[in-house]
Design a binder for this molecule. Structure first.
Ligand code: SF4
Length: 353
């Protein structure tokens, strides 16, 4: 195949060495990055843009400079540093992975894909990234950028979300690998996808491997990679209620499993009709004054869409017995990790009528 030639590898590597972005988790050219940095950055980069990740990464390694620091960290502190990045299970798994590395691998992140796959939250992609980028192992990686580049190089027009096509792409990613400079080569493929072979309007005129690209040769690059039509996202409706008392708001912790696991939120109820003080009282055990609407907003996730209606009301009478919920001031609220929609609600409550 065109894309597996030595010339292709050399052209891509040469371009990467000249044009790669300086990123805080990357090492100097020719050196291997710290595997701990690779593990954290790859977890953060899943479904998230590089520009968003950089400040999170810097804060994270400032707080937990070593894997041992992360293993000993408090779960809520880790979640707090992740606040706003989404997919919070990644944060919990990173901490568990650090603990497993200490317990089972003597504190050294393992070098091989099979060993890396035993760490919580580490899948084939992250294992390949750590093994190749940090340890120079000859193993492929296949993220969204690499999928796009390979589909275009080989003019693959099948649906890339199908398992059989994915497995062919893994094989193809392995075939492309050179015999040396594995970390740089995998980084170069991802970098090409992130900066040149863009989803829309790829910059083919400056592409270092254009001569090897079958999609460009036939002018179909913008139609690739092909995807099955996306299913409509189900809509879930919730009320979020800022219950206030003496300058404090009532918050509750989410369950330890599932979406936004272990994060905190304002009182959230399934939306059924129009919330009244009676309905909210029966859910919280509090006596409440008038319920006022502060507005509504939507929050899109990959597989579902939330519609939140936001209300505020005052609690009256005895407010002491609310365990396991807690009353917090605005200053105290900043210490609790909140999902993105509830950060937005905190803002609405501050600005509200
Ligand atoms: S020529 Fe265009 S479509 Fe082909 S790999 Fe380069 S940027 Fe992507």
């Amino acid at each position: 195949m065109l894309g597996s030639s030595r010339l292709f590898q050399n052209q891509l590597l040469r371009w990467y060495r000249l044009h790669r972005r300086e990123l805080p988790w990357r090492a100097a050219l020719g050196a291997h990055p710290d595997p701990y940095y690779v593990l954290i950055s790859e977890a953060m980069l899943q479904q998230t843009q590089v520009a968003t990740v950089i400040p999170y990464f810097l804060r994270f390694i400032k707080t937990f400079p070593t894997l041992a620091d992360l293993a000993a960290a408090d779960q809520q502190q880790v979640l707090h540093l992740w606040q706003g990045l989404g997919y919070y299970s990644r944060a919990g798994n990173l901490r568990l992975a650090a603990q497993k590395v200490l317990a089972d691998f003597g504190g050294r992140i393992p070098q091989t894909v099979p060993e890396l796959l035993t760490l919580p939250g580490v899948g084939r992609y992250t294992a390949g990234a750590v093994a190749s980028l940090a340890f120079g192992q000859r193993t492929p990686i296949l993220d969204g950028n690499v999928v796009r580049v390979i589909c275009r190089l080989d003019a693959i027009q099948d649906d890339t979300t199908s398992a059989s096509v994915r497995s062919k792409l893994w094989i193809r990613a392995e075939e492309l690998l050179p015999t040396a400079d594995l970390g740089d080569f995998n980084s170069a493929l991802m970098e090409l996808g992130a900066t040149v072979c863009l989803p829309r309007r790829p910059a083919c005129d400056i592409c270092p491997v254009r001569a090897h690209c079958q999609a460009h040769a036939t002018g179909i690059q913008e139609r690739l990679p092909a995807r099955a039509a996306r299913k409509a996202r189900p809509v879930e409706r919730r009320w979020i209620i800022g219950i206030a008392h003496a300058g404090r708001f009532l918050i509750e912790q989410r369950p330890a499993k599932g979406r936004w696991a272990s994060l905190w939120q304002f009182i959230t109820l399934l939306a059924v009709d129009t919330p009244t003080a009676r309905i909210i009282s029966s859910a919280t055990g509090l006596r409440l004054g008038r319920v006022r609407s502060l507005g509504s907003f939507t929050h899109n996730l990959t597989h579902r869409r939330y519609e939140f209606q936001v209300y505020r009301c005052e609690a009256t009478g005895d407010v002491a017995n609310v365990s396991p919920r807690v009353w917090v001031s605005a200053a105290e609220l900043a210490k609790y990790p909140l999902p993105q929609p509830h950060l937005h609600v905190a803002q609405m409550l501050q600005n509200g009528p």
